[in-house]
Write a protein that binds this ligand. Structure first.
Ligand code: GDP
Ligand code: IMO
Ligand code: MG
Length: 432
């Protein structure tokens, strides 16, 4: 059975891109199946640093077919920009790409709506979106009336669709945005801009559902690349402080069209601590010197928006929840090198709410806001881990930390990462 999936088990930026790049070498096809250019995956290959938002991280390995499946929302300008950049950097096979004609396309009105809507959650706190039009595009997809899919852009009706949508969107946006802050969109200009994108993307457009079903049936090895993290899942995450797709792994089949029976290996990616970008509760957040130290040592600044990431201790309650939700077999523990130099490290092992301790992850954001983390303290280590290449190179306290994480989460730690490079990865296997 050929399907492996990589998903983030926290609030994104767990270093999924690095692991997808590594695992690509053992696969024939790599698939992005949800999200859009809100993702930012930094992948280091030798001396080269690549930043990918839309193209699967598998694109850096020659001979692999990369697929952007129908569950993705596509910013065509961004896709073209990434393709051009890879071409200019002579990444072989960067055109070995298939983009689903079912993807929903992000238009200028989605960016405008994203800016306005983010300030208007019923909760009162901003979601702090990436501003990439993701939520509004998914909303139109599910609403069906004002959505445009990539396949629509090659039909005679495309001009009319743009005209119809812009009329409605201009009136909605004018009503929502303070006078003078919104310049109505010009239908002809948008139509021409997007027609040019459609022409450039034409060679890549395909029925990827059909392609992936045939690939799965033929026994090809398929790697599904999750974007964001499970706690940002629209149905099972920290709603409403989430993204608008199923980023927990429950979205693989709906986003790609590949039935669950072909997916037999779930790999969870976990940072050795926690980071979060944007609003929403974060029980183990360290809004202090320790948090700043982690931010500095881990270079925790967003790939997409450059925002400083909020940092805190590892939250085993949250990760145990997302491990179970994703049916995860094993995890990769990332950025362990960043925790060097602390005398003590803490891991959240339970939440206290209204005087009671629990290991359950709350379903309502108000409760998550009120929980107090219960910590276990472990001894830290001062050795630099970045040159470690095997288990034997790791200090005893680092090994004890890995072991404890595995016990608390309930699955083995199969790999440990001690730096951005491919070589800075230690395989532990299933025996810890
Ligand atoms: P993704 O969105 O999950 O792919 O993660 P990002 O690329 O947004 O963030 C992870 C960052 O950590 C990237 O800059 C990686 O190059 C970097 N990185 C990956 N693994 C390690 C590691 O083990 N140690 C350190 N220090 N950095 C890492
Ligand atoms: P990768 O794939 C971290 C966060 C945003 C915001 C919320 C909603 O690099 O891990 P959106 O623009 O999706 O409507 O924003 O989700 N967010 C991410 N945080 N990593 C990401 O992707 C993210 N994609 C979205 O900061 O809080
Ligand atoms: Mg990222």
């Amino acid at each position: 059975m050929p399907g492996t999936c990589v998903i983030g088990l926290q609030w994104g930026d767990e270093a999924k891109g690095k692991i997808v790049d590594l695992l690509t070498q053992e696969h024939d096809v790599v698939v992005r199946y949800q999200g859009g250019a809100n993702a930012g995956h930094t992948v280091v290959v030798g001396e080269e640093v690549y930043k990918l938002s839309l193209l699967p991280s598998g694109v850096l390995t020659p001979g692999v077919t990369c697929v952007i499946a129908g569950g993705v929302v596509l910013n065509p300008a961004k896709a073209i920009e990434e393709l051009d950049e890879l071409l200019s950097r002579k990444v072989e096979d960067s055109d070995n790409l298939k983009i689903s004609d079912r993807v929903h396309v992000i238009f200028p009105w989605h960016f405008a709506e994203d800016r306005v809507m983010d300030k208007n959650t019923s909760d009162g706190e901003n979601i702090g979106t990436t501003g990439r039009g993701i939520g509004p595009c998914y909303r139109d997809k599910v609403g069906r009336s004002y959505a445009i899919r990539l396949g629509d852009m090659y039909r005679d009706t495309f001009r009319e669709q743009v005209q119809h949508n812009i009329k409605v969107k201009n009136s909605i946006l004018s009503a929502m945005v303070p006078p003078g802050e919104f310049e109505p969109l010009d239908a002809q200009a948008v139509y021409e801009e997007y027609l040019a994108y459609a022409e450039k993307l034409r060679p890549f457009v395909a029925d990827t559902t059909e392609y992936l079903l045939s690939a799965a049936e033929a026994g090809k090895r398929i790697l599904f690349e999750g974007a964001q993290g499970a706690l940002l899942d629209v149905d099972h995450g920290t709603y409403p402080f989430v993204t608008s797709s199923n980023s927990s792994g429950v979205g693989i089949s709906s986003g790609s069209g590949v039935p669950a029976r072909y997916i037999n290996h779930m790999i969870g990616i976990v940072k050795a601590y926690t980071s979060r970008v944007g609003g929403g509760p974060f029980p183990t957040e360290l809004d202090n010197e320790i948090g700043q130290r982690i931010r500095d040592q881990g270079n925790e600044y967003g790939t997409v928006t450059k925002r400083p990431r909020r940092c805190g201790w590892l939250d085993a309650v949250a990760v145990r929840y997302t491990t179970r939700l994703g049916g995860v077999d094993s995890i990769c523990l990332m950025l362990l090198d960043v925790l060097s130099g602390f005398d003590e490290l803490k891991i959240c092992i339970a939440y206290e709410l209204d005087g009671e301790q629990s290991k359950k992850f709350p379903s309502h954001v108000d409760d998550l806001r009120r929980v107090q983390p219960v910590y276990e303290t472990l001894p830290g280590w001062h050795e630099d881990l970045t040159q470690a290449t095997s288990r034997d190179d790791l200090p005893a306290n680092a090994l004890a930390y890995i072991q404890r994480v595995s016990e608390l989460i309930g699955v083995p730690v199969a790999m440990v990462s001690v730096g951005p490079a491919r070589s800075q990865t230690i395989t532990l296997g299933s025996g810890q």
